[in-house]
Design a protein around this ligand. Structure first.
Ligand code: AKB
Length: 312
């Protein structure tokens, strides 16, 4: 049975991942950690600032974990507004977590992102291995992270694994500070006001995925036969390539008078334009059986039902 420390457990992925892992491996075997928590946050939970290597070490050792899932990070738009903090948290925090994993010999997962690609990367069906010259601090952090994870695998034999996430759509915890955040906001605003003003321009395509597929991918990858993992750090994975209008079309099947307008944010638009339109997930499919269950319509039906239920 696995015992896992999750950093960034209060974030968009972390909050749902901890829940899912607890269902899968048992509550006491999944230790959430972050720099803050809610009153109702369930134990086991540790207050851990990932820029403090000793805090990660102490939490991992105290709970005798065999795996770290390192999620604590600043997203792309926030990273652009504070590049120094982004480097310290996204690269410094990762380096600290990797060192703890090396010292305690732990299995290690951390996500990269479509943000690791840049304007010179092929835009359509972006290959697993291709040009990676990102023009954002977040992208620089993510490429560095992929290389660091490779380094720890080749140099120390550490069992590091990772995926390149697209924009993630979920209802439980808002993303905050990402370029793909519009894909979450649009559902909440559709439900509340039957209209949304997108900060990403019409016809700007990016990869997207519904959270249940993103969580399944982590478990599947971490349980995969290591001998099959040729591209172990940072597999392209995607479910949907979409522009804002594609969300509107899907939402109108449930809310026919939904209105979509545009008020483009130049910073996030520039980031979006530097990323691929659609990425090729075939290496993940071949090497560990990645398969997304949710397409745009299925995701939209579920997302609207969940947003209605929680009354946001
Ligand atoms: C962001 O927009 O920054 C993230 C990502 C694609 O990594 N959602």
């Amino acid at each position: 049975m696995k015992k896992i420390l999750v950093t960034g457990a209060m974030g968009q992925i972390g909050s749902e991942l901890v829940r899912k892992l607890r269902e899968h491996y048992g509550s006491s075997n999944v230790i959430g950690s972050d720099i803050w928590k809610k009153q109702e946050t369930e134990e086991p939970f540790e207050m851990v600032d990932v820029t403090d290597a000793k805090a990660i070490y102490d939490a991992a050792e105290r709970h005798n974990v065999d795996t770290i899932m390192h999620l604590a990070a600043l997203l792309s738009a926030k990273a652009e507004s504070n590049p120094q903090l982004a480097w310290d948290l996204n690269v410094g925090g990762l380096m600290n977590a990797l060192e703890v994993a090396r010292e305690l010999d732990l299995q290690f997962f951390t996500p990269s992102s479509i943000g690791a690609f840049g304007p010179t990367t092929p835009k359509q069906n972006t290959p697993q291995e291709t040009i990676m010259r990102p023009t954002t601090m977040y992208g620089v952090n993510k490429v560095t992270g992929e290389l660091l994870c490779d380094y720890y695998y080749y140099r120390y034999g550490l069992d590091t694994r990772g995926v390149r996430y697209p924009g993630l759509v979920s209802y439980m915890t808002p993303p905050g500070g990402g370029t793909t955040d519009y894909a979450v906001e649009i559902y909440h605003e559709a439900m509340k006001h039957k209209r949304y003003t997108s900060f990403i321009a019409q016809n700007t395509y990016m990869d997207m995925m519904y959270m249940p597929d993103a969580l399944d991918a982590i478990i599947k990858l971490m349980e995969a036969n290591p001998e099959k993992l040729v591209h172990r750090n940072a597999y392209n994975i995607s479910a949907i390539s979409a522009a804002p209008d594609d969300f509107a079309v899907a939402i109108r099947k449930h809310i026919p008078d939904f209105e979509l307008n545009y008020d483009v944010d130049p910073v996030r638009q520039q980031i979006a334009e530097s990323w691929p339109n659609s990425i090729d997930s075939s290496a993940a499919a071949e090497e560990w059986g990645f398969k997304a269950e949710y397409d745009m319509d299925k995701m939209t039906t579920d997302m609207l039902a969940k947003v209605r239920k929680i009354g946001v």
